[in-house]
Ligand binder design. Sequence first.
Ligand code: NAD
Length: 298
Amino acid sequence: VKKKAGKYEKQAKAVKQTAVLGAGIMGGGIAYQSASKGTPILMKDIKEEAIELGLKESRKLFAKQVERGKLSIEQMAEKLTHIRPTLSYGDFGHVDLVVEAVVENPKVKDAVLTEVEGLVGEDTILTSNTSTISITRLAQNLKRPENFCGMHFFNPVHRMPLVEVIRGEKTGDAAVAATVAYARAMGKTPIVVNDCPGFLVNRVLFPYFGGFSQLMAHGADFQRVDKVMEKFGWPMGPAYLLDVVGMDTAVHAGEVMAEGFPERMGSLGGDAGKSAIQAMFENDRLGQKNAKGFYAYE
Ligand code: NAD
């Protein structure tokens, strides 16, 4: 796979100025990672609080690097200048590549992607950090689908090396090349994958969440399940992982997976009763993002 990514990289146009739409868990993480590796990034959200939180998270991560002696205070200040928070599309005309990281809802993503396409240059690459929605599906309303592909980071962005670069039916080589090059410039390991709901990683991960949800509906204790999966060798169990992902994101992504693969994913809780994940979501237990999920957080 690495070899394939390298092939694309040779054709890459330079990615010097980028933008991320959404300053949430993922958007904030993408902004931090880009700034940390020296590529300037506009961070746009529709909510002032989200921008504040995104910036706070970046400051915290840079401050940790200073504490560990990996960065000087001057270097931290310089890196922070690479993140330009904004509530408007003002400077989007000069952006080489955009990463869309708003909520996992096809209608919202459609609206945001078509809006931004009308504001950027003709050869700007648009990408989506969607967890599950088909890239071919998201390209449907775009005027330049050849300039669009998936750029799927994992959470937490600064620690997870993998980035799935997803080629939709109409994605051109130049878009894949620029996205692979940007992922590498961010210090990540890109893999180029074909398009389908959930791509590669979430096609494997969501049936696992479904299995966990069914165990819960059959009366299992989530803390024990987590402990067992840790003993099995996974870095964390499914309940803790769901807290990290966010119950809202898991529910929305789960719907897309169930629609795409009803025979395998329709059971995200399904016949065993209401999905535990859905119940958590409806009770506003979103996970780490609001400090209460399966576990409680400070
Ligand atoms: P989040 O809820 O933390 O953040 C979403 C942000 O988008 C919010 O700050 C919201 O205000 C903002 N937003 C909504 N509409 C907007 C608009 N029109 N313009 C700009 N900003 C807008 O969600 P998240 O967990 O960061 O997920 C974002 C995307 O990343 C989703 O597609 C999700 O599936 C994907 N993703 C999430 C994870 C994860 O573990 N959470 C991992 C990989 C990919």
